[in-house]
Design a protein around this ligand. Structure first.
Ligand code: MSP
Length: 512
């Protein structure tokens, strides 16, 4: 079975989970579920990033050890993921022994390859962002006068320390070649150009160890240095697979690293160069999504307006949240979260379109034939057009999913739903019943139910709970949403005449 390996960033433990964190993880889950349904051998990884000065300081402020702080936040994440129907196969903690072993092994590989050297380091450091800035970068960003971080605009500090360096500069040409030879390596396309321009402007060697704090993984053989948190963090994608001891080949290289746009440089430049240096294959794709604002405002700790998953889950069903986040904003672009927009989309697309088509179709089937599917006879053009639309939707949605274009997949599925509602109007089953045209009535109802069934299967990765209920009403109990595949269930005509469907139970009641 072909492997499909999808990852999320590992989340810092000095902050509580918020909208930004659940966004990537939901997207990764939708991909993982879709690929499982496409019969791939999926490995879906998420986890937490526990080391670094920021976490050490946050723990000190609270008067606890860094690992205690990490344990608390880990518990939050681990109880949150099931609530959002997240089906990760593993959860990596960077404080774990398996991770530490893997990172140190990678370090030794980089050293043996001659890509690490000791030097002296002078730079500007932003503690909240854990990012080092060169004087030239601060000047370019017009942050030099005020000595502030170009990303978060908070103050940067001058640091000078003995440090190990990674020969990033040595990989500049190979990376440019790789990006040019692999158009899918970085998505969306606009990000790809951004990375290319950055690499072409010249890569400096990277300082990859610190002596100014201790909460991290020691450099093998020189324990007063800890390994730079980004080297530590990025390695999670292979340490979770058992690097270096276990065979990684089953899942490596990853099919896609899903990340936010702010951490693209780390994933599309540093990480690939490290992998080249270690003579390991590069991930097939790095996809950077955009950022959410909430009701028009940037989420920030100082404003205290970060949208917490618990607040969302209190008001909305998990599946509705999942649907909205991937439907509202084209994946890759920035967008705004608002409760009004959520309600509007829910009412128009889920309650009015999908919910209505399901309810009216099942209601008519129950009214006119006791919920039992009849024979299809004399298929007409209007029927064939519906089937062709469903089959076209399956192909196009699947292609969109391969490019992480969730919004396009959903829009295409919704088109079929609207087609289904039109088909009801055009065929007016109530008139066929009145005229006792049973043959035509049976044919029309059959096409409606099959359309709904295949819509439910296509929507299953997005809304597993709701679609399980929907399929339950159509199929009966035997179709388990968590294990069914497109190959088994995705073909038109699976339901046979004589099949009994349930009475409709609304799954998307209107929201007021
Ligand atoms: N620990 C690093 C990642 C290491 S991966 C090897 C990190 N952690 S983070 O917790 O700060 O952020 C994780 C993700 O949340 C990032 O991908 C970031 O883009 C995302 N988001 C944070 N705020 C966000 C929004 N407002 N909107 C969308 N995503 C945002 O970075």
């Amino acid at each position: 079975m072909e492997s499909y390996y999808v990852t999320t960033p590992i989340y810092y433990v000095n902050d509580e989970p918020h909208l930004g964190h659940i966004y990537t993880t939901i997207a990764a889950d939708v991909l993982a579920r879709h690929q499982r349904m496409a019969s791939r051998n999926v490995f879906f990884l998420t986890g937490v990033d526990e080391h670094g000065q920021k976490v050490q300081q946050a723990a000190e402020t609270r008067g606890i050890a860094p690992i205690e702080l990490a344990d608390q936040v880990v518990a939050r994440y681990q109880s949150l993921w099931p609530e959002l129907a997240i089906t990760n196969d593993d959860f990596i903690r960077t404080s774990s022994e398996r991770h530490k072993q893997g990172v140190q092994a990678l370090w030794r590989r980089l050293e043996n390859a001659g890509t690490i050297y000791k030097g002296f380091y002078e730079d500007w450091y932003c503690v909240p962002c854990e990012t080092y800035w060169k004087e030239t970068q601060l000047k370019e960003a017009e942050c030099w006068e005020e000595k502030k971080c170009p990303d978060c605009e908070r103050g940067v500090d001058k640091v000078q320390e003995e440090s190990y360096f990674f020969r990033l500069s040595a990989f500049q040409d190979r990376l440019i070649e790789h990006i040019n030879a692999n158009p899918d390596f970085i998505g969306p396309d606009s990000r790809r150009n951004e990375v290319l321009r950055f690499v072409e402007s010249g890569l400096n060697d990277l300082s990859v160890s610190r002596t100014t704090f201790s909460w991290g993984i020691p450099v093998p053989g020189d324990e007063k240095h800890v390994i730079y948190v980004w080297i530590d963090a990025l390695s999670n994608y292979i340490t979770a697979l058992g690097f270096p001891d276990q065979q990684m080949e089953e899942h490596w290289p990853a099919n896609v690293h899903l990340i936010g746009k702010d951490i693209l440089r780390f994933h599309a430049i540093y990480w690939p160069c490290m992998l080249m240096a270690a003579d390991l294959p590069l991930p097939k794709r790095v996809f950077a999504h955009g950022w959410w604002t909430v009701e028009g405002k940037k989420m920030s700790k100082s404003l205290g307006n970060a949208l917490r998953p618990a607040d969302l889950l209190e008001q909305y069903d998990t599946d509705v949240i999942r649907y909205f986040l991937l439907r509202e904003v084209p994946f890759g672009q920035d967008g705004d979260f608002s409760f009004d927009a959520l309600k509007q989309r829910y009412n128009s697309e889920l309650a009015n379109d999908v919910g209505n088509l399901l309810n009216r179709s099942l209601a008519m089937l129950n009214k006119y034939s006791g919920g039992v599917l009849g024979q299809v006879s004399d298929e007409e053009n209007i029927d064939r057009a519906l089937i062709a639309d469903v089959e076209g939707m399956q192909m196009e949605a699947s292609r969109a999913m391969d490019k992480q274009a969730f919004h396009i997949a959903l829009e295409r599925i919704n088109e079929v739903v609207r087609h289904g509602n039109r088909y009801v109007e055009e065929n007016a089953p109530w008139a066929l019943a009145k005229a006792s045209n049973t043959a035509r009535l049976d044919t029309v109802l059959y096409h409606l139910i099959e359309t709904l069934r295949l819509v439910a299967i296509q929507l299953a990765p997005f809304m597993p709970g709701k679609m399980d209920k929907m399929l339950g009403q159509i199929h009966g109990e035997d179709a388990d949403i968590n294990v069914l595949t497109y190959a088994q269930y995705g073909g038109w005509g699976l339901l046979k005449p004589g099949h009994q469907c349930s009475k409709p139970t609304p799954i998307f009641p209107r929201m007021d």
